[in-house]
Design a protein around this ligand. Sequence first.
Ligand code: NIG
Ligand code: FE
Length: 390
Amino acid sequence: MSLLVTGIGELVTNEPSTPGAEPGPLGLVRDAAVLIEGERVAWAGPAARAPAADSAVDAGGSAVIPGFVDSHTHLVFAGDRSAEFEARMAGRPYTAGGIRTTVAATRAASDAELRSRLAGFVRELHAQGTTTFEVKSGYGLGVAEEERLVRLAREVTAEVTFLGAHVVPPEFDGDADAYVERVIGPMLTACAPFARWIDVFCERGAFTVGQSRRVLQAGADAGLGVRVHAGQLGPGEGVRLAVELGAASVDHCTFLTDADVAALAGSDTVATLLPGVEFSTRQPYPSGRRLVDAGATVALASDCNPGSSFTSSMAFCIAVAVRDMGLTPAEAVRAATAGGARALRRDDVGVLRPGSRADLVRLRAPSYVHLAYRPGVPLVDTVWIGGVPV
Ligand code: NIG
Ligand code: FE
């Protein structure tokens, strides 16, 4: 069965070689159509040249974009930290110390509770146009506890990240090295079968660059891809470690030195910006412009978690990245789709071209620009995942 989505006023394909596309990285086609066959895109281009299909839907002149690819979330957790947010807005600084609050609540929660919260988040993501998402562990911090989190995450996404090295749990206070041994030993063995990625929080107050290197190396040796949290609370060596190890992505990048930017620009490591974090912690916004101008690949992600950024809205991230990080609307939309896909080393999502997954979003707007122009307004109309409306 084939379905033609036609009457698209403005189609973002992220594929410059699309028939009829205007010049530029968005591969923008006006008066466009997309042919879906099964769960894949079979064709995209000007509606006037569209092939015949079994059925058709009319997008009524609205914009259609690839589904958002949110390459960074921490969605398996329990508890609530709204009081911490409230205190921050009154001037208290963010520290990673709050992570332990969530660890305690998560350890105390049943599988059923975690599963039901996760299902709620998945509905929330889909309703907002996110069609591919990564989920990290990191609120268990014990062998059985982390195994449980990656197992539950694996029920909702293939993009699971083992983040046993999030912070040192209370049982290992004052002995981070012993905790690292636990992470790279039995915890990694238990978690690797459910995970595609390994991650570490390389930051003062979390793990040193030496400890981070050991964690990432062990994960890579176990067959996991590498991603890194770095440069969130201050500059450090984490970004360059990520580049050196060929990480798919280094995330936060709030504080970057010129050497970090140069290293990113000369590498395949994506710089993933998390605007929700600066928004929710009152940290300074990093310049996305500086990264793009240097030649680095930039992604936008929500970092949805109960502490530093409790938003799951990629549209919100786009709006903030345009308003406060110096990205153009086109760059921000690309970073939230193709950029996220690159950060997950996926070439079947974040793009609409023959063979890609039919994950697309019809906006209640004539242009992708409205995602930044109309902040806070729910513009997502229809969402197709694998060719099926959700
Ligand atoms: O990505 N930076 C470390 N981890 C999370 C925050 C987790 C929390 O505060 O609970 C982050 O921002
Ligand atoms: Fe994070």
